[in-house]
Design a protein around this ligand. Structure first.
Ligand code: F6R
Length: 360
């Protein structure tokens, strides 16, 4: 059942190349130059997009905000379902709601869906489980096609959400005539190459994760830092580590560190930084110097050509722009996995957690 892997979580991390392929299947035009999403064809492009989700699906939504704003110029807000459902939220005409849920049964997310539908909003569901409550009650549903996810910690489902969200941003950007054909083709070409590239990279990434896990699993607490579209990844890296290894971890926007968390930095409080080759790299670099000045240890997830001198440099392959996420995400997942496994935790069934949170 586990296909030779020790845990479902590891199997599912290694399934991500196939997940990307499956997500793209049937969603490209015959010449592979454009996105086809029949699920969205009948709906207008949202004037504003409200993304609502919980946990890892919330992090996927937060990541998508950068693409929706940048490529499709859609004002986007991303909300935690348990907060959104009890607020006096305001939806304008032309606004659309996107609910993201792997299981399609998360109680708070489902309650938000019902609330906004009552207010007359159109709802797009992004679900993995076919026929789930959220899938059934949405006005239109896009399936992530990731296959069943057994491990409680969500890994491949987030990967599939990110692929579909990328396609949605391209689809809407094109409908608004905002994308050059070149940008769209370049993005799709990169996406198509990711499965092969990731397949090759994953074994080595696992080895690095295993080595780092042995070095850092004695820490009682971890800080995950990122900026821009890497900020949601910092949140996700921290969530994965805490839920399966029970090591306290906090994900933070790197620029916010000096507004409080910097007080915690000492040699026993390591930082895991996302320092990818994007426009914000110099800013992250200077945040890391602040950590080093306080003798904090650093693991930096980075790429070739980036100039960083920290305790542990972990280089991942380049894809293209924000699509580097398809390498950064499994790196974070593998790090959490290897730490938890090294500490002898029950990786697939972490204490106090359920796969599908059907109570509020
Ligand atoms: C974390 C995790 C949870 C879920 C959350 C939402 O690894 O799995 O945070 O992401 O409970 O679940 P869905 O996506 O099913 O609504």
């Amino acid at each position: 059942q586990k296909g030779g892997y020790k845990h479902f979580m590891l199997k599912e991390i290694f399934e991500q190349p196939m997940v990307v392929t499956n997500c793209l299947t049937g969603r490209l035009s015959p010449d592979h130059k454009h996105v086809t999403l029949p699920e969205l064809e009948e709906m207008p492009v949202p004037e504003r997009l409200h993304i609502i989700a919980c946990g890892t699906s919330f992090h996927a939504g937060l990541w998508a905000m950068y693409l929706m704003e940048n490529w499709a110029k859609i004002p986007t807000s991303v909300e935690i379902a348990s907060e959104y459902r009890y607020r006096d939220t305001i939806l304008g005409e032309g606004d659309q709601v996107l609910v993201i849920s792997q299981s399609g049964e998360t109680a708070d997310t489902l309650a938000c869906l019902r609330k906004v539908k009552e207010q007359g909003a159109k709802v797009i569901g992004l679900c993995n489980v076919v026929g789930s409550s959220i899938a059934r009650e949405s006005d239109t549903v896009i399936y992530t096609q990731a296959g069943p996810e057994i491990s409680v910690a969500s890994t491949k489902a987030m990967c599939s959400q990110l692929v579909v969200l990328t396609l949605m941003a391209l689809f809407w950007g094109r409908r608004k005539n905002l994308l050059t054909e070149m940008a769209e083709t370049e993005c799709l070409d990169t996406l198509k190459r990711i499965p092969e590239h990731l397949e090759t990279a994953l074994p080595e990434m696992r080895e690095t994760a295993r080595t780092l896990a042995r070095q850092y699993s004695g820490a009682r607490s971890f800080l995950f830092l990122g900026r821009g579209s890497c900020y949601p990844l910092a949140l996700e890296g921290a969530l994965k580590l805490k839920e399966i290894s029970y090591i306290h971890a906090e994900g933070y926007a790197a620029g916010e560190m000096k507004h409080g968390p910097i007080a915690l930095i000492d040699p026993d409080f390591p930082t895991f930084a996302l320092a990818l080759a994007d426009d914000l790299f110099p800013k992250v670099q200077s945040n890391l110097q602040e950590v080093q000045a306080r003798n904090g240890k650093i693991i930096a997830l980075t790429q070739d050509g980036m100039d960083l001198t920290v305790d542990s440099v972990w280089k991942i392959p380049h894809a293209w722009g924000p699509l580097d996420v398809f390498f950064a995400l499994p790196a974070l997942q593998l790090f959490a996995y290897e730490v938890a496994d090294y500490l002898g935790k029950d990786v697939d069934q972490p204490r106090n957690l359920a796969k599908s949170v059907t109570v509020e």
